[in-house]
Design a protein around this ligand. Structure first.
Ligand code: ARG
Length: 453
């Protein structure tokens, strides 16, 4: 069955059908299409187009339509639903499309579907954030090396590091909510592009379908997909953050770093090398990040330069949208499983923070506190580091007396700063890495997360 044809002398060629039909993917909009069609039938009743009995018959039949079987011979999900409606409700089905266009219907269905996916992804993201906080809980004072340029930089704590990701994910959650608020506008009543020619109560439709408001312009509805791009953009940034967490943990759990242990359940062995324990779960998250960026780019390119309003190009919005939502939710679930089961190894982590002069800044700042200008202090500690490298010494190999002998501006008690835990304590500014500050930040993060759910 086709929804058009009167003006044609011949039907579509087989090649064109194969090329343009979309039921094999837009079947995912089935439930949304049924919900939207039921609401439309009631709107037509309120507008005096359908009698109550007709609306009732249509809604009843819509409720009995099964999901499309794999071999359904229809152009798209909207056409399938209308064909089935005709089979189940008879002649009255021909009235359902009064004043309605597939251009607004596809916008409605995709918005309904996407709203549900955003809620699902936001829930998975909150679960991941909870796992991060649980991982951080026992480690507000556990020292790890912090890196810049992937070189050991300054000591931080494991909880402080994890809270950095919590903040990124917090903003991702905000971005998802903002995308949701733009998705959650009710487009029905827009017609093909110029607005319905029947007195449709659009506000009632919005309430019935759980939308925050109606869309304000019918041409905008047929033309735009920026609300889908909002989601794809939020999804891309979230995947970017996941890919960085994945990369960090691949490194930290390697033999070269050696201070993070990934659970057996999220790693794989090698078919040849018996000793291997590979971080495939994290590598796949990193890999899927590229796919989601591809989805965003794909729709971005599709929409560029399209003349107003609807163009069939826009049918190409759905596959990247579905794909991005699938890859994002799968990656969020995987990341949560990795975070829940990973184990920090505090001794090698401390060793990595104690070796390599991460405490150099602490020493320079201690000198500055005694009145040595910071640039001079920097220079002096730099010389101490160079001397240590020459002599193969690590910070904790120096005694207070040796420091003082190296340069009298070092006082013997400054030697306590050669332990990575010491200097951390002074970083008590809000947002800093001092254990007390981190413990407070952790409670604050927990409070914020609870306020979301
Ligand atoms: N399958 C189409 C889509 O996804 C539905 C809208 C069709 N509208 C049209 N004018 N051909 O965009």
């Amino acid at each position: 069955m086709k929804l058009w044809g009167g003006r044609f002398e011949e039907g579509p060629s087989e090649t064109f059908q194969r090329f343009s039909w979309s039921l094999h993917f837009d079947r995912r909009l089935f439930e949304a299409d049924i919900a939207g069609s039921k609401a439309w039938a009631r709107a037509l009743e309120r507008a005096g187009v359908l009698t109550p009995a007709e609306a009732e018959a249509l809604c009843g039949a819509l409720g009995r339509i099964p999901p499309p079987p794999p071999d359904a011979p229809d152009e798209d999900i909207h056409t399938y639903v209308i064909r089935m409606l005709r089979e189940l409700a008879g002649e009255v089905a021909a009235k359902i499309h009064t004043g309605r266009s597939r251009n607004e219907q596809v916008s409605l269905d995709t918005r309904l579907w996407l709203r549900g996916e955003i809620d699902r992804c936001a829930g998975l993201l909150r679960a991941l954030m909870r796992a991060l906080l649980a991982q951080a809980e026992p480690h507000t004072a556990t020292v790890i090396p912090g890196y810049t340029h992937l070189r050991r930089a300054q000591p931080v704590t494991w909880a402080h590091y994890l809270l950095a990701y919590f903040e990124m994910f917090w903003r991702d959650h905000e971005r998802l909510s903002q995308a949701r608020s733009r998705v959650n506008r009710m487009p029905l009543g827009s017609g093909a592009l110029a607005g319905a020619g029947f007195p449709i109560d659009r506000e009632a439709l919005a309430r019935e379908l759980g939308f925050d408001a109606i869309t304000p312009n019918s041409m905008d509805v047929s033309a735009d997909r920026d609300w889908a791009l909002d989601f794809l953009s939020a999804a891309s940034i979230l995947m970017l953050h996941l890919s960085r967490l994945a990369e960090d943990w691949i490194l930290y759990s390697s033999d070269e770093f050696g201070w993070l242990e990934l659970a057996d359940g999220v790693t794989s062995g090698s078919s040849l090398m018996p000793q291997k324990k590979n971080p495939d779960s994290l590598e796949l998250i990193r890999g899927k990040c590229g796919r989601v960026f591809g989805c965003f780019t794909s729709l971005f390119m599709t929409m560029k330069g399209l003349p107003l309003t609807y163009n069939r190009d826009m049918q190409e919005d759905k596959e990247p949208l579905f794909e991005a939502a699938d890859q994002l939710s799968a990656s969020l679930e995987m990341a949560r499983a990795v975070v829940e089961t990973a184990r920090l190894r505090p001794e090698p982590a401390r060793r990595a923070a104690a070796e390599g002069w991460l405490v150099a800044t602490d020493l320079a700042e201690a000198l500055a506190r005694t009145g040595v200008p910071f640039h001079d202090a920097h220079q002096l500690v730099g010389r101490l580091v160079l001397e240590s490298i020459r002599r193969g010494r690590q910070p904790e190999d120096w005694t207070g007396e040796e420091l003082h002998a190296f340069d009298p501006r070092f006082t013997p008690e400054m030697a306590r700063l050669l332990a990575p835990e010491e200097g951390l304590k002074s970083r008590a500014v809000p947002g800093g890495a001092a254990p007390q500050t981190v413990a407070a930040a952790l409670s604050e993060a927990r409070r914020r997360l609870e306020s979301l759910s």
